[in-house]
Design a protein around this ligand. Structure first.
Ligand code: FMN
Length: 486
């Protein structure tokens, strides 16, 4: 299962009965959101709106909106397959392989990895049509206005490409873009993101402008990698190639030196001027609240290239769960083995939909010494975008972090509130609404593990869980029909 572009993925989903085409006329303002919200919340299919009033291009939405579709997007039937491959890769790079055969195998796998690097090509379907300068008009595309108080239409599934001004390494990130007029948009680069870093650097280096390209569409694994929180110097296309087991084809943009996915549907080319900022928002955000107006950089579009018959991909966010929840679940699964390299006691992690990623993280740990739950909290608060997490709950290794009922039961039983809440302060997500001021705020860790005598001077033994004698269980199983209960 490998998809060259969005079209192959659409055909695959349709074949699986996981995509519906909607031919009756719909509005790009609010109506598509209301339909899609109902479909996502009821576990429905991907949607291809073929008749968006006033536009030629169809809108594809909810392609990632289930665990199954998200797995298919990455070319596998189950996310476990991807996690297994990441685990294998880490074993490959972690620790010396034993014996000649294993050494050769490792060498072979590393050579194979090399073949997954991006490939630069001279032509790509994303450049079949070229629209330059005065002809550029973003209003020709069915860009959605998602929610009633939104400040306008927003591009919601863009792969925004910039280059580190010092290393030249490209970054790819999904950051929404508010359309201001035919040729300018906002660039919602939040404080802690790599695109923002490039913007800040371009300011510090006194550059006149920072080139930007925005790809819409392409193969689904490549689109997803834009949401992956990779370290600044890691090229998302290397991850996309690894996931697809084939390098992503990149082509040089028409008006700048950035490389863009050749199989994209639409590419916007242009620049951001360091220091030029404009109010962005409001926008109905993935927290379930509106993000209100704030200044963000302005993206000037100088050229648009697209396929002859482009498909416009979009996602809506709002009160969770939405499509981005399923995209984030992959991140959670794929990054767990990497986090374990730094925090080996980590057993499992759950970022529930209701926590919008940064509000709540539940982890289980195999505890070996006093205070280890606290060590894990601080470790997580020191790890990339995990630094923004507001609430971390730590439970023991035998607790199922995905079972919220079990977590609530363990946490409320196990904690001594005066001792087991760890308060800290630090950077917080730009979307946080709870802190009195933006960007800096407090965090809480809840240690819901079993405590020993060295943790707060506990004087009592921990009571055992209630569990029935297995022999009685077996007896009741056997006799169940005799009881006549049904
Ligand atoms: C649908 C969707 C919309 C997103 N919108 C934004 C956004 O507007 N601004 C932002 O900073 N991050 C946004 N994100 C999260 C980033 O894509 C994510 O943090 C990613 O790691 C950013 O890439 P970077 O690590 O290279 O900066 C969005 C993610 C998804 C899935």
């Amino acid at each position: 299962m490998k998809f060259k572009d969005l079209r192959e993925f659409i055909a695959f989903l349709e074949d699986k009965g996981a995509l519906r085409r909607i031919t009756s006329p719909v509005s790009h303002e609010l109506e598509i959101t209301e339909i899609t919200d109902r479909v996502i919340k009821s576990g429905g299919p991907a949607l291809l709106f073929e008749n968006v009033t006033g536009f030629d291009a169809p809108v594809l939405i909810n392609m990632f909106g289930s665990q199954q579709r998200m797995s298919w997007a990455l070319g596998v039937d189950s996310l476990d397959d991807v996690v297994g491959r990441v685990d294998g890769l880490l074993n490959l790079t972690h620790g010396p392989p034993q014996g000649l055969i294993n050494k050769l195998r490792t060498l072979g796998q590393l050579v194979r990895l090399g073949s997954f690097q991006p490939k630069t090509v001279n032509h790509g379907p994303c450049q079949e049509v070229v629209i330059s300068e005065d002809e550029v008009n973003l209003y020709k595309f069915p860009i959605l206005k998602s929610w009633p108080l939104d400040g306008g239409p927003f591009v919601t599934l863009p792969l925004v490409i910039t280059k580190d001004p010092e290393t030249g390494i490209q970054n790819y990130g999904i950051y929404r873009m508010q359309v201001y007029d035919q040729r300018t948009t906002g660039m919602h680069w939040q404080t802690h993101k790599v695109g923002t870093r490039h913007y800040r650097m371009s300011h510090e280096l006194g550059l006149e402008k920072l080139d930007v390209a925005v790809a819409l569409g392409g193969d689904p694994a490549t689109i997803w990698t834009g949401s992956a929180p990779l370290p600044p110097d890691m090229d998302e296309m290397a991850l996309a190639g690894f996931l697809r087991e084939e390098g992503v084809e990149l082509v040089k943009a028409k008006t700048n030196d950035l490389l863009v996915p050749a199989q994209a549907e639409i590419v916007l080319e242009g620049y951001v001027t360091p220091g030029e900022e404009r109010l962005e928002g409001p926008f109905g955000d993935h927290t379930g609240y509106y993000s209100m107006e704030d200044p963000y950089p302005v993206f000037h579009v100088t050229c648009i290239t697209h396929r002859k018959d482009p498909i416009y991909p979009a996602a809506i966010v709002g009160r969770p769960p939405m499509e981005d929840y399923y995209m984030g679940k992959v991140t959670e699964r794929v990054f767990l083995p990497m986090m374990k390299l730094i925090l080996p006691e980590l057993v499992d992690i759950n970022m529930p939909a209701e926590g919008s990623f940064h509000n709540l993280v539940i982890v289980s740990v195999k505890k070996e010494y006093p205070g280890q739950a606290r060590k894990v909290m601080h470790g997580l608060w020191g790890l990339g975008l995990m630094s923004l997490v507001k609430t971390i709950i730590v439970v023991d290794h035998f607790v199922d972090v995905h079972n919220i009922s079990e977590v609530a039961w363990r946490v409320t039983n196990n904690i001594d509130p005066a001792q087991d809440f760890v308060f800290s302060t630090g950077p917080i997500d730009d979307l946080d609404i709870g802190s009195p001021t933006p960007k800096f705020g407090s965090k809480v860790g809840i240690d819901a593990t079993i405590k020993g005598p060295h943790e707060g001077g506990r004087q009592r033994d921990w009571p055992p869980d209630i569990a029935m004698d297995p022999a009685i269980k077996e007896l009741v199983d056997r006799k169940w029909n005799d009881y006549g209960i049904g």
